[in-house]
Design a protein around this ligand. Structure first.
Ligand code: NAD
Length: 480
């Protein structure tokens, strides 16, 4: 049993309550860690440490702060395999995926924000011969970062790196379902020489720790990634306190396939977009709209390709899908598969849990599931499932595809497959989402703005957007 501790003021400490939650390895369905069941008292301690650390940290030069972030990145790199194994044991994703995606990306996040922050400038505006304005950009103070379980260290570092780079002190909360790699990060920060109190990591439940972060008046900004309902709750509390907020929320992303696409590449990319990380990526394309002229051809090729995606022990190289992150989430996904049947859908593939032998016999696994015959506006096609479940829907015209794609309350990401350049740009412009990929999926350039419209979020992360979010701007106007 591995005991996780909070990281406050540069030290690992027990939660004040001395209570712990069960931490599961989803691939074996067993408790393997103890997660602090912290509360507002632990958050208060963290906020006090952060407040104390803020004056010195914010006064450091940009280069000094960036140097420490680079050292943290290198510290993770030096223990790459430990982090890779920890992420997989905690989350259930294949080990190879943690190795090629999650942990390298966490390293990139830190390096990217360390270096990009070196290039942040204030603006200068000359009004007339005797008047000019310049913009001062200063850190906010103590900020809160709250992250989800699907890409644990990847999204945790995506928030804390820009916050720290710009001179803020952070009270951060990883998901209570996948806290292990954030716990390990504390040690790396110590070794990298991050001053005490600059980053504080509090573990525990959302309604206890997350809500205490949101409600704490000393925390001036909240960067949150998670579900839309939680985002609404955070806004309800934080908005009347006039906190800055960046909310990255749920999605129900359309994948639109025209008959003039490069067929083989489209099939392969669509399968990846559907089932990578067991479909537990906010950017996964779960509603696949196919032009009626190639519907049957695409369906056949897609199903063949999905069948190659073996579900198995995350430690095995051959496993393309690992375990579902938790029993409640496993139950939720299965309930949506049942709903699809109730709504008249036809299960073309999967549609059931997978029982493995040996080590993983009690783990939570679901077969990649492909459904057809559902109307675009039924619940299964409107609500976020966040698992290995996709629907196939045919369309006959560009207008119809766009109409159906835009029919949900979400607007995070979309993919469009066509070799007609004009059509690609026309459709991309009309899709209601923060991100559109044309003939690709999950190509991420960290300099680009990242975020959603409608119920998928408010604000943008990535590039200078996140660095600006974590600062206050002051315009100084001078007449001489
Ligand atoms: P969640 O909203 O349940 O939890 C996210 C985080 O918020 C966790 O740390 C949780 O403990 C905390 N939390 C829960 N209740 C809280 C409250 N009342 N106040 C403050 N914090 C609280 O989400 P999840 O189940 O961990 O993650 C899945 C969701 O995240 C999906 O909807 C997915 O689409 C979304 N997501 C979005 C993005 C994006 O970039 N838009 C990225 C990844 C995941």
């Amino acid at each position: 049993m591995q005991r996780i501790l909070n990281f406050i003021n540069g030290e690992y400490v027990e939660p004040i309550s001395r209570n712990y939650l069960d931490g599961y390895n989803p691939a074996i369905g067993e408790v393997y860690s103890e997660v602090p069941d912290s509360d507002e008292r632990d958050v208060e301690m963290a906020v006090n440490a952060a407040k104390e650390a803020f004056p010195a940290w914010s006064k450091r030069t940009q280069e000094q702060r960036s140097d420490i972030l680079i050292l943290i990145a290198k510290g993770i790199e030096a223990r790459m395999e430990d982090f890779v194994a920890a992420e997989t044991n905690d989350q259930g994703k294949p080990l190879w995926l943690s190795r090629v995606m999650d942990i390298p990306r966490a390293v990139s996040n830190l390096k990217f924000y360390a270096t990009t922050a070196m290039n942040v400038n204030g603006e200068f505006h000359k009004t007339d011969e005797n008047t000019f304005n310049y913009t001062l950009r200063t850190p906010i103070g103590v900020v809160g970062c709250i992250s989800p379980w699907n890409l644990p260290l990847y999204l945790f570092t995506w928030k804390i790196a820009p916050a720290l780079a710009m001179g803020n002190c952070v009270v951060a909360k990883p998901s209570e379902i996948t806290p292990m790699t954030a716990f390990m990060l504390g040690q790396i920060c110590k070794e990298a020489g991050l001053p005490v109190g600059v980053l504080n990591i509090i573990h525990g439940l959302g309604p206890k720790v997350g809500s205490a972060i949101t409600a704490n008046p000393e925390i001036k900004a909240i960067s949150f990634t998670g579900g839309t309902k939680t985002g609404a709750e955070i806004s309800r509390v934080a908005a009347p306190m006039f906190k800055k907020m960046s909310l990255e929320l749920g999605g129900k992303n359309p994948n639109i396939i025209f008959d003039d696409c490069s067929f083989e590449k489209t099939v392969k990319t669509s399968v990846a977009a559907a089932f990578t990380n067991q479909g537990e990526i906010c950017l996964c394309g779960s509603r696949i709209f196919i032009q009626d002229t190639i519907y049957n051809k695409f369906k056949t090729a897609f199903l063949l390709e999905v069948q190659k995606r073996t579900v198995g022990d995350p430690l095995e190289e051959s496993s393309k899908l690992g375990a579902i992150v938790s029993k409640p989430h496993f139950d939720k996904i299965l309930s949506y598969i049942q709903l699809a049947k109730d709504e008249g859908g036809k299960i073309l593939l999967g549609g059931h849990a997978v029982n493995l032998e040996g080590r993983c016999k009690n783990g939570w696994f679901i077969a990649p599931t492909v459904i057809e015959g559902l109307p675009f506006d039924c619940r299964v096609n409107q609500e976020e499932i966040f698992g290995p479940v996709v629907t196939l829907v045919s369309f006959s015209s560009e207008e119809e595809a766009i109409f159906m794609a835009n029919s949900t309350p979400f607007g995070l990401a979309a993919t469009v497959f066509t070799d007609n350049v004009s059509k690609a740009h026309r459709v991309a412009a009309k899709i209601e989402s923060g991100i559109v990929w044309i003939n690709c999926w999950l190509e991420r350039d960290l300099r680009t703005p990242f975020g959603g419209v409608k119920q998928s979020g408010v604000g943008r992360e990535g590039g200078f957007e996140a660095l600006k979010f974590f600062t206050e701007e002051k315009n100084v106007c001078l007449k001489f």
